[in-house]
Design a protein around this ligand. Structure first.
Ligand code: HEM
Length: 158
C-alpha cells in the first residue's frame, strides 16, 4: 500500500511530515519534563521522558523503513534544487551522525535511569551521572531535530 502524499506539496510522504511535526511537538514536552525534574516532580519527569523515548524509537524505525522502501534519500531528492549537491550530502550525513548518537542515548539511557530509579539510586548516587548524560541527551535531541528539519527543507521541500 503506497504511503499517502505530502500535505503541503513537498516530495516527502505523509509519514515523513508526521515525524517532522512530532519532532517539533516534542520540544515543549521535553522542556516540561526538564522543569518537572527541577521542581522535584520525578514521577511526571519519568513518565514524560519514557513516553518521548518510546515515541522517538517508533518514529525512527517507521521513518527508516519508509525511506528505504521508497528507494532511499536519493528518491526523494530527485528533481529538487539540491539534488546531487555536496550541500545536501553534508546536511544528510551530518543529520545521520547526530541522529545515531541521539538514538544510542535515548534508548539505553532512559532504561538505565528507570532501573536506577526503581533501585532508589535516582535521586541518589546516580544523580550526578544522570544529570550530565541527561543534558547530553537534550543537546543531542536539539541537534537531531534541528538538522532533521534542515534536511526536510533542503531534501524534500526545495
Ligand atoms: C532520555 C531521557 C531523560 C532525559 C533526557 C533526562 C534529563 C534529565 C535532566 C537534564 C535532569 C536534570 C535537571 C536539572 O538540571 O536539575 C534530570 C533529572 C532527573 N531525572 Fe531525568 N532524564 C531522562 C529520563 C529519566 C528517567 C527515565 C527517570 C526515572 C525513571 C529520570 C529521573 C530523574 C530524576 C529523579 C532527576 C532528578 C535528579 C536529582 O536531582 O537528583 N530521568 N533528568
Amino acid at each position: 500500500m503506497p504511503m499517502p502524499p505530502s500535505l503541503i506539496g513537498s516530495r516527502a510522504d505523509l509519514l515523513i511530515e508526521a515525524v517532522v511535526v512530532a519532532e517539533i511537538i516534542a520540544i515543549p514536552v521535553l522542556l516540561r519534563a526538564i522543569r518537572a525534574a527541577r521542581e522535584g516532580q520525578h514521577g511526571l519527569h519519568k513518565g514524560l521522558q519514557l513516553t518521548l523515548a518510546t515515541v522517538f524509537a517508533v518514529a525512527t524505525i517507521a521513518l527508516e523503513v519508509d525511506i528505504r522502501m521508497a528507494g532511499g534519500m536519493s528518491f526523494f531528492a530527485a528533481g529538487g534544487r539540491y539534488e546531487g549537491t555536496v550541500f545536501l550530502d553534508a546536511v544528510l550525513y551530518g543529520h545521520l551522525g547526530v541522529a545515531a548518537v541521539n538514538a544510542a542515548l535515548w534508548s539505553v539511557f532512559p532504561i538505565v535511569s528507570w532501573r536506577r530509579f526503581r533501585a532508589r539510586l535516582l535521586p541518589g548516587t546516580f544523580s550526578a551521572v544522570h544529570r550530565t548524560l541527561g543534558w547530553w541527551a537534550v543537546i543531542a535531541y536539539a541537534l537531531t531535530a534541528g538538522s532533521g528539519l534542515a534536511l526536510y527543507i533542503v531534501g524534500f521541500v526545495f
